[in-house]
Design a protein around this ligand. Structure first.
Ligand code: SF4
Length: 361
């Protein structure tokens, strides 16, 4: 018998085994933090660099990005912000595919990261060679990949999408009668398939953070907070998505907290986003969706272990000596990977819509 979170139609290949590192948070005294912040600010200026941080990184990094003229956002918006900057160096606090996307969109700039080993389970779970072989087996399908993939996987794709654009792009392709090969997140793919009715073959990947949210325990939490609005990122399992008042991208979740009438919000995504949510809606109560309970096998407890590798100490070290911190994407791969990224940007421009933070995903 299928569980509520079993996805049918996924690729029948085993998921690669992924070593999930423990989530290690930086533990610095206020004086040490302050000294590092001052040093990083000076180094950013000296290196003609701008700091762009993802919503899931430590609030210390997010606030530092804001304080130094940088930016906090989702992955594609981070790369686009970088493109608009005069600075010659982009410092990307996030995970590796974000650094790669920034480099692909800004080949003339230097892109450095606090920790190149900061990966993503979706990216790790979709190795380029295995994915290319799978694509070769289904030449009749349009290949659509999520932003959370390596440059090499993007280079094999026809389209890249974000969580905020996936529904619009797939609806567009479905209306043209296209069949889709989707990778790597099976939960996001299943959500898009259920909303669009498109013929989608799904890769068997998942985010180790969002996969931990629990439907049964969420129902209990909702019962305890009947007035709360439930906000869910679509990388979550179907039993969690089914209980959402709003399903959306990181930017969309923040916008909904800001505009929503409810006083309380149960949030199913990485806890790092609470920094921006509190900033956007200071009077509102945010409640983390449950990752524990009877069915818990918590790897992450709503804190991405790879995002947590970004800290003030590592950021300062990367700026002191960039050796081992710079992102390089082979030119042939970068040029090919730019095609599906550009297709999304052009599609969004033609649709005159925002590709993230809309009301769909
Ligand atoms: S939260 Fe999930 S999708 Fe985001 S970087 Fe971490 S593992 Fe990847």
């Amino acid at each position: 018998m299928l569980s509520a979170d079993t996805i049918t139609g996924t690729v029948q290949v085993p998921r690669p085994r992924i070593e999930v590192p423990p989530t290690v948070c930086e533990n610095l005294s206020p004086a040490a933090k302050s000294a590092l912040r001052n040093e990083i600010e000076a180094l950013l200026k000296a290196r003609d660099a701008v700091l762009v941080a993802h919503y899931y990184t430590d609030p210390e990094l997010q606030s530092l990005a804001e304080a130094t003229g940088g930016y906090v956002s989702d992955s594609l918006d981070m790369a686009r912000f970088g493109h608009e900057q005069k600075a010659g160096t982009l410092v990307v606090a996030g995970v590796r595919f974000m650094g790669e996307t920034a480099k692909i969109l800004n080949p003339e700039k230097r892109v450095i990261m606090p920790e190149l080993a900061a990966e993503c389970s979706l990216d790790l779970g979709c190795p380029a060679e295995a994915f290319a072989a799978f694509c070769d087996q289904h030449p009749d399908r349009t290949v659509v990949v999520y932003a959370n993939t390596s440059a090499a996987v993007k280079a094999r794709a026809d389209w890249m999408v974000t969580s905020g654009s996936a529904l619009d792009v797939v609806r567009h392709l479905h209306a043209q009668g296209r069949k889709i090969l989707w990778a790597p997140d099976k939960y996001l793919g299943d959500y898009v398939r259920s909303r669009t009715g498109a013929d989608m073959l799904l890769w068997n990947g998942a985010c180790v953070v969002h996969e931990e949210f629990k439907g049964h325990e969420l129902a209990e939490l909702r019962a305890a907070h009947p007035q709360a609005m439930v906000l869910v990122h679509p990388e979550s399992p179907p039993s969690v998505i089914a209980q959402a008042d709003y399903v959306g991208s990181t930017s969309g979740l923040i916008a909904t907290v800001k505009s929503g009438r409810a006083a309380e919000y149960i949030v199913a995504t990485d806890k790092g986003i609470f920094y921006k949510m509190q900033q956007a809606a200071p009077g509102k109560t945010l409640i983390p969706a449950p990752t524990s309970g009877e069915s818990a096998t918590c790897h992450s407890c709503a804190a991405c272990p790879w995002m947590a590798m970004n800290g003030l100490s590592k950021l300062a070290a990367a700026l002191r000596d960039t050796t081992g911190h710079e992102i390089h994407v082979p030119r042939a791969i970068a040029e090919r990977a730019l095609v599906p990224i550009k297709r999304l940007l052009d599609f969004a421009a033609a649709q005159k819509q925002q590709i993230y933070g809309n009301n769909d995903a």
